[in-house]
Ligand binder design. Structure first.
Ligand SMILES: Nc1ncnc2c1ncn2[C@@H]1O[C@H](COP(=O)(O)OP(=O)(O)OP(=O)(O)O)[C@@H](O)[C@H]1O
Length: 360
């Protein structure tokens, strides 16, 4: 059950615990410069229902504090034309349920307020049982868009669009309301429900580093350094088998990390898949092989600036699908997506072109 507070006037989604007060301001005029960008099909006279999914524990509690300070501005900027529903997450995975319910109830947009982990859960809420979640009112003219107020530790997805952890800038984007279709990655494993991601999925050392980093978020961006140091302990490069676009299996010896980017950045600002673009309808895959610990020190600058593709032992290619298996069968090669631990290999990753409309 969604616990959602309606914080602007007007009819809104029939969500529990609605408390109402007034806000004022007009939406910006249509600025659409591009035919791939739309305003969501809603008539300009209809009030938009916006559901803000807020992780109060994001960025070690900073998201909750920032959100409270942001509310008056949000109400004044959007409240005249939009019904604003606030829903605070109560724990991991809650954002998925809130999103599904909001889409079924016909929200115009679900806006993730937090970091990449919260965004990841909201994206997963756009799907159920392998299919997109649909508005229960089949005659509705609009679809639900995804929005983002980046307020996390890394907020790596936002970097691809050049967005900062600046909530006022994000609210201006929401007020303008331009939408563009973006791709989503889907990860499959036999016997499991599909899992969706929007930013970068990665395998082996970087995924292990992400797993450890998540335990040190209280140290801010330093968590990625601590996570990487811990992951290096006992690390061995591993031979992997990959199959690209349903072709033949290929062996990649001594893989250090394999990254499948729908967008460009991970690990708190590392431009790992520098040519990935969520509107390209494919992934950029980058494979690092036979890296030693000192290679990361020598090449760190290139990894952060995205100029590492010309370095020895780095391969990049564009794919629509990729299957990855561990040759040794050890069952301990880590997989993560959007910085969230997923388990171990094997996995298959496929692009879902233009799967979600995003406010951008
Ligand atoms: N109420 C809550 N209490 C504790 N954890 C929560 C709560 N709501 C959500 N979470 C979990 O918090 C995790 C991290 O949240 P989020 O991604 O917003 O912040 P972050 O980790 O600081 O940022 P980033 O992922 O960008 O580095 C999410 O994976 C989510 O499952």
């Amino acid at each position: 059950m969604v616990s959602c507070y309606l914080i602007a006037t007007g009819a809104c989604l029939p969500m529990a615990n609605a408390s109402i007060f007034r806000a004022e301001h007009r939406m910006a005029p249509d600025l659409s410069p591009d035919r791939s960008i739309s305003r969501g099909g809603a008539s300009s006279s209809r009030r938009r229902d916006l559901v803000f999914v807020v992780n109060p524990r994001g960025a070690n509690g900073r998201t909750g504090k920032e959100w409270k300070k942001l509310l008056p501005f949000l109400q004044s900027r959007l409240g005249t034309d939009c019904n604003i529903c606030e829903s605070l997450t109560s724990g991991p995975f809650h954002a998925i349920d809130i999103t599904r319910e909001a889409i079924r109830e016909g929200a115009d947009a679900v806006i993730s307020v937090g970091g990449d982990g919260t965004l990841h859960e909201v994206v997963n809420g756009f799907f159920w049982d392998g299919k997109p979640v649909a508005n229960q009112n089949r005659e509705a003219a609009h679809s639900t868009a995804l929005g983002l107020i980046p307020l996390g530790t890394g907020s790596d997805f936002a970097r691809t669009f050049g967005w900062k952890n600046d909530p006022c800038e994000a609210i201006e984007r929401i007020a303008t309301g331009l939408r563009s279709r973006i791709d989503v990655g889907v990860i499959n494993r036999e016997g499991e429900q599909p899992h969706y991601y929007i930013n970068v999925a990665d395998i082996h050392l970087s995924a292990k580093a992400g797993y450890y980093a998540s335990k040190y978020k209280r140290f801010g961006n330093l968590c990625y350094v601590i996570g990487a140091l811990q992951a290096f302990m006992g690390h061995h490069n591993q031979d992997l088998r990959i199959k690209v676009d349903e072709g033949e299996w290929e062996t990649f010896p001594k893989v250090t990390a394999l990254c499948i980017g729908n967008a460009k950045y991970f690990g708190g600002g590392m431009k790992i898949t520098p040519n990935a673009d969520p509107r390209s309808r494919d992934f950029e895959v980058v494979i690092l092989q036979d890296f030693k610990w000192y290679d990361f020190i020598l090449k760190l600058n290139k990894l952060y600036s995205g100029t590492h593709l010309s370095v020895n032992n780095v391969t990049a290619r564009r794919v629509h699908s990729i299957e990855v298996e561990d040759i040794s069968g050890s069952g301990d090669i880590y997989v993560q997506s959007d910085g969230e631990y997923l388990g171990f290999l094997p996995r298959k990753f496929c692009i879902l072109p233009a799967a979600i409309e995003m406010i951008c």
